[in-house]
Design a protein around this ligand. Structure first.
Ligand code: B12
Length: 213
């Protein structure tokens, strides 16, 4: 059952109230909630509530940016930078591809992966495919994780695996997530795995790293 107190967090995030959002998140943690519950039930729910204000016809930039900033503060508090586990499990490259400037989901993924012992290389948002593949060549990651929030980015996502293959990086897994990508299957996106959430991918990665050892 959804934690009723999570509504307070959602309300604070929607107001863009950073101190209140962090305070509500801490209260939830103190009450025994898992970070996963806060991200999926709180952060994602708040952003879904903003959905109607972020369309091509209607667009309240200030409100959305303030809520985004509050999300970032809550995530930093939940997964402080540098809070890495002693053993690094593997390297993951994360990016939102060219044309897609959404990066809240990507940043959450980064924090979750870092907190769970993965080394993360962030190629940023609006990342050209060439830059992503060049970075993969230099960093030799175990996986490339693409976050996609707008549907026009799908053709680019489909090119990641063949481009990696052309550089001799066919062993690198391609993972996809984010609102626009999770509606498609792995076959449709030409990737190895499509994740429902930043936490869902951990089971897949832990299994896939184990298989590579
Ligand atoms: C916030 C927001 C913005 C912010 C982005 C701020 C930022 N720094 O990211 C701003 C205001 C900049 C923005 C701009 C635009 N936006 Co906007 N935006 C949103 C909104 C409201 C929320 C997105 C979000 O952050 N969700 C919360 C995060 C936490 O969820 P998430 O990304 O899914 O991530 C979670 C999981 O999916 C997972 N995850 C994410 N990625 C990955 C990757 C992997 C590998 C894994 C394992 C997991 C994973 O981790 C997270 C935690 O579990 C959505 C609506 C919606 N419901 O999605 C519209 C939405 C995405 N935007 C939309 C649009 C149209 C735009 C604009 C074009 C609007 C305009 N008129 O200019 C622009 C420009 C976009 C561009 N060129 O990229 C559309 C996209 C439609 C489509 N299907 O193409 C949406 C769906 C709104 C709508 N209903 O029309 N937007």
């Amino acid at each position: 059952m959804t934690n009723p107190r999570i509504k307070n967090l959602i309300a604070a995030l929607l107001k863009g109230d950073c101190p209140e959002s962090v305070a509500q998140s801490r209260k939830l943690i103190e009450g025994g909630a898992a970070p996963e519950e806060i991200v999926v039930g709180g952060v994602e729910a708040a952003m879904t509530a903003l959905d109607s204000k972020c369309t091509l016809e209607q667009f309240n930039l200030l409100e959305i940016m303030l809520a985004g900033r509050a999300v970032t503060e809550v995530m930093k508090d939940l997964f402080p930078d540098g809070e890495k586990l002693p053993s690094v499990k593997g390297k993951i490259l994360v990016a939102s591809l060219e044309g897609d400037i959404h990066d809240l989901g990507k940043n959450i993924l980064k924090m979750v992966l870092t907190g769970k012992g993965y080394a993360v290389v962030d190629c940023g948002k609006d990342c050209p495919l060439e830059k992503l593949i060049d970075t993969a060549g230099m960093e030799q990651p175990a996986a490339v994780a693409v976050s996609g929030l707008i549907t026009p980015v799908i053709p680019l996502v489909r090119q990641v695996r063949p481009q990696l293959g052309q550089r001799g990086l066919a062993r690198v897994k391609v993972l996809a997530g984010g609102a626009a990508l999770k509606q498609s299957s792995a076959a449709q996106l030409n990737v190895d795995y499509v994740a429902e959430s930043a936490f869902d991918i951990l089971h897949y990665l832990d299994g896939s790293m184990e298989a590579q050892r």
